[in-house]
Design a protein around this ligand. Sequence first.
Ligand code: ACM
Length: 269
Amino acid sequence: MRVAFAQTHPIFGEKQRNLEAALALCRGEPAGLYVLPELFATGYQFRSEDEVASLAESASGPTIRRLRDFCRMGGCFMVAGLVEGEGGSFYNSAALVGPTGLVHVYRKAHLFSNEKRWFRPGDSGFGVHEIALPGPGGARLRLGVMICFDWVFPEAARTLALGGAQCIAHPSNLVLPFGQRGMWTRSVENRVFTITANRVGSEDRTDEPPLLFTGGSQIVAPDGRVLASATADAACARSVDIDPAMADDKHPVAGNDLFRDRRPDLYRL
Ligand code: ACM
């Protein structure tokens, strides 16, 4: 399966522009699965709950519908971050959409810093979804989703990997300088593909220190090879062919199986 990230440079609040810019990047890089950044259409640094509310949509709102149309036309899947509003609550979510519509909405479990002011902690858990490209013999991939700061909690990626994920889609707005290296570790310790789609640019909308987003989107293989990567400062899309079955082999060396060699009997406090 050909998989891709789109590394975008959103302008805060300009949803339509940001959405079309992201889709233009995807159009230039044909793939079966695209990962877009966290909150890719809205921007990240909110000033008030009213602002969050004004940018929020449900997973059946116009942004996700536009992605769904793109996926229907292109016979592809997409994972993309959104401000999800539901019943007066807001979540930092990522929707998985495909040619037949919405497949799943993941709500970020581990909120970062000021996100706790705006969003409720996610309640969706870490589900794994088998996606299949249309057509006879279409490639299949078991996919899990986590968002940005989830990377620092190894339980997130581990839960997805133990649940059978061959690939983890990781929409991000990374600001710390070591998130990409952290995700490299999540790949090799679980022997899964990871696709981190980060954004570039900065936001300086509040009295808080400005946020500089670190780019460096990447696709990492289960054996630690970085199959595709982006610079720290330019919008771009990159894609690569992966063989999902590679992630079913949990042997980093002949004598070790990463799952069977775990010692849960010793992991209790
Ligand atoms: C982050 O979780 N957006 C750093």
